[in-house]
Design a protein. Structure first.
Length: 300
């Protein structure tokens, strides 16, 4: 029987990295190899399977149509290979070894400083690698195997995943007296001036949660969407440029400290987001993720 030559996992990693970064140098850095090593590995892969996967020019890296399809298959193969290690770790001590978790920006700075010390104390053998990114890229990274789980806010469509809700996080209206001079204990949606409302730009699920809670078409049309962090928006509100909505966790974490901003709960039916841990369905580390979710919920 003739010998069968198969691509190596390293060659598939090079291919996926080049697709993700679109540049040989950056892909090589991501794989911790030299550019010549990565390039040689990809040429070996093309020679092995007898087709051109990448068209190389001085300025552009362009994948062939077949290269695109093979790259997506390579992602699945690499993810399955990762899960072989996951199965072995799951059979050993709980919450040990490496775990990659993405956290969205409207959670990370307010929740992680409180929970990470507890996690390190309870599970010192867990090596948790964190990545802060918006919900869309976080879910994409989960499905292509870049991360193992995501800490995000629901509702959000993250594809075929399993989730465990940690707690509910109500929405607050943050304002200066110029916008609401006689605030009630809970701020009704009718009190919000849509022309003065500052929100995060598209890609941040907090914006969608805020707009859904308000349920006023004119707010969706008139509110100012900013490509900035909550901390930057708070500074704008403190300078009298408008009002905004914040999650309770940010208010409790002190985001309004040293400002003249007031914050009251939003009085609306859906004025809350659910903080949840999500992971790929049928993951061999599901017990680990459920344990992690419980630890995060207790530590907060």
């Amino acid at each position: 029987m003739a010998a069968t030559y198969l691509p190596t996992l390293k060659q598939l990693q090079y291919l996926v990295a080049l697709k993700d970064h679109g540049h040989f140098g950056r892909a090589a850095e991501a794989c911790y190899v030299t550019q010549s090593t990565l390039s040689a590995g990809l040429r070996e892969l093309e020679t092995l399977i007898g087709v051109t996967l990448v068209e190389r020019t001085r300025r552009v890296v362009r994948f062939t149509s077949l290269g695109e399809r093979i790259t997506e298959k390579a992602r699945r193969v690499l993810r399955e290979a990762d899960e072989l290690g996951d199965m072995a770790r799951a059979a050993g001590r709980p919450l040990s070894g490496e775990m990659r978790m993405s956290v969205i920006p409207t959670i990370a700075p307010f929740m992680l400083p409180r929970i990470l010390p507890h996690l390190r104390e309870q599970y010192p053998d867990l090596k948790l690698f964190l990545r802060e990114e918006p919900s869309g890229p976080a879910c994409e990274g989960l499905h292509n195997g870049r991360t193992d789980c995501v800490l995000l806010a629901l509702p959000y469509s993250c594809g075929e995943v399993t989730s465990q809700v940690l707690f509910e996080d109500p929405l607050f209206v943050a304002f200066q007296a110029i916008d609401i001079d006689q605030p009630t204990p809970r701020i009704p949606v009718s009190a919000i001036d849509e022309t003065r409302l500052l929100l995060l730009e598209d890609g941040h699920c907090l914006k969608d949660h805020a707009l859904a809670a308000c349920n006023r078409p004119e707010i969706r049309a008139e509110a100012t969407m900013l490509g900035t962090s909550l901390h930057t928006i708070v500074q704008m509100v403190d300078n009298g440029l408008g009002m905004t909505m914040l999650p309770e966790m940010a208010v409790r974490a002190g985001i309004l400290n040293n400002t003249s901003i007031s914050a009251r709960p939003l009085d609306a039916a859906n004025a809350v987001r659910s903080i949840a841990l999500v992971w790929r369905r049928a993951s061999p580390r599901e017990k680990d993720f459920r344990l992690l979710a419980q630890v995060l919920a207790d530590a907060r």
